[in-house]
Design a binder for this molecule. Structure first.
Ligand SMILES: *Cc1c(COP(=O)(O)O)cnc(C)c1O
Length: 376
């Protein structure tokens, strides 16, 4: 029998049994009260998780579909200031280039956002701003609240990718003035991959393009979600909606504050282990930026090869992530999102510690012990 691997990735993540079982039932009609009730459960919990009273719709498509929906509906022909300090910021920039006039507000991956350059772009007339709240590629948490304030000051729309923060970290869509917030199902929600959840403010509705995309037309999603029963404009990925509903009910049962505290504790344990080993955390943080609570990016010490180390960890049944693009071989990333708790974190850190040693690194101290002190 093939053994199941423990995925400690920044998505997809292991799914609770209830979530998996919800996908194994017979097909149901997506134009029925039964489907409408499942969608309504999702939206109720999602609004709470986003901390928003805005409209919220669920699109069949991965997180990137939500990113494209945002840009395509409000960014067409606009001057878009795209904040880039990692891979996903770059993705929003690339999407923006397809629809509008995109301006890159660039810093090195994993380093603070260049707020001065953002201000200059807003003064030069940018009317849309894009931000990755939790930049998964670099393990850095960006200052969404400050950026929201700047957007308000200049009356620009604020698009925020919360794909690896919403459901695992504090996010305040309404308080921060986020006009379009996006998350995805396979990250902090611990649901299957394939759904994008998107909230839209009234300001954003007022500024929608007159030339929207077809499949990703947000107004069509709003119209269908406003009916009785709640629906989607086209046939949704029904099994994924049923699984997302269970994942949402689990969040409701755990309680959002407890869930956020758990994510913080788990990532805190990973950070403590890295420090004890004598390894550097990759992000360069300051008073406005922080280490991610959902994924920890750690620099490889000289001499340790990424493919060798991750192969050794995989042999022990655990999968962690490497770096993307130019960070390949430079960093490794341990996800702590979803349903993750102490046993998975301790096993992952023990396997990493063994692998580091096997790959020739001379450990400064016992990372598992340091993590245990955070978790205990
Ligand atoms: C994973 C991720 C995405 C992309 O989501 P897909 O589901 O792979 O399309 C976008 N933004 C961030 C911050 C992510 O972590």
């Amino acid at each position: 029998m093939e053994k199941e691997l423990l995925l400690m990735l920044p998505g997809p993540v292991p799914m609770p049994e209830r979530v998996r079982f919800a996908m194994s039932r017979q097909a149901i009609n997506h134009r029925s009260p039964e489907f409408g009730a499942a969608y309504a459960d999702c939206v109720r919990v999602l609004k709470n998780t986003f901390a928003t009273k805005n409209d919220l719709v669920v699109i069949s498509g991965s997180g990137t579909a939500g990113m494209e929906a945002a840009i395509a509906n409000v960014g067409r022909d606009k001057d878009i200031a795209c904040i880039v300090n990692g891979k996903f910021g770059e993705r929003l920039y690339k999407i923006s280039q397809r629809y509008g006039k995109a301006h890159e507000i660039k810093s090195e991956w994993g380093t603070p956002v260049n707020l001065e350059a953002l201000k200059a772009q807003l003064e030069a007339g940018a009317t849309v701003v894009t931000l990755i709240h939790n930049e998964t590629s670099a393990g850095i948490k960006n200052p969404a609240e400050e950026i929201g304030k700047l957007c308000r000051k200049h009356d620009a729309l604020f698009i925020m990718d919360g794909i690896t923060s919403i459901g695992g970290d504090t996010v305040e869509v309404d308080k921060w003035g986020v006009d379009i917030a996006i998350t995805g199902s396979q990250k902090c929600f611990a649901a299957p991959a394939g759904l994008a959840m998107v909230s839209v403010s009234s300001r954003a509705w007022d500024r929608m393009t007159k030339n929207p995309p077809f499949y990703l037309d947000l107004a069509a999603y709003r119209k269908s979600a406003g009916g009785t029963p709640m629906e989607t404009p086209y046939t949704p990925a029904v099994p994924l909606f049923l699984a997302l509903r269970e994942a949402c009910l689990i969040i409701e049962e755990e309680g959002l504050p407890a869930r956020i505290a758990r994510h913080k504790k788990m990532s805190g344990a990973v950070q403590a282990a890295a420090k004890a080993w004598g390894l550097n955390l990759f992000p360069k943080i300051d008073a406005l930026h922080n280490y991610s609570s959902t994924v920890t990016a750690i620099e490889y010490p000289a001499g340790v090869k990424d493919d060798e180390m991750r192969a050794a960890i995989k042999k022990m049944g655990i999968v962690i992530a490497g770096g993307q693009d130019h960070l390949k071989g430079k960093i490794f990333r341990i996800g702590s999102m979803g349903a993750v708790s102490a046993p998975e974190i301790l096993a992952t850190l023990a396997a990493t510690q063994i692998a580091l040693k096997k790959c020739g690194y001379k450990l400064q101290g016992d990372g598992v012990q340091a993590a245990g002190e955070v978790l205990g």
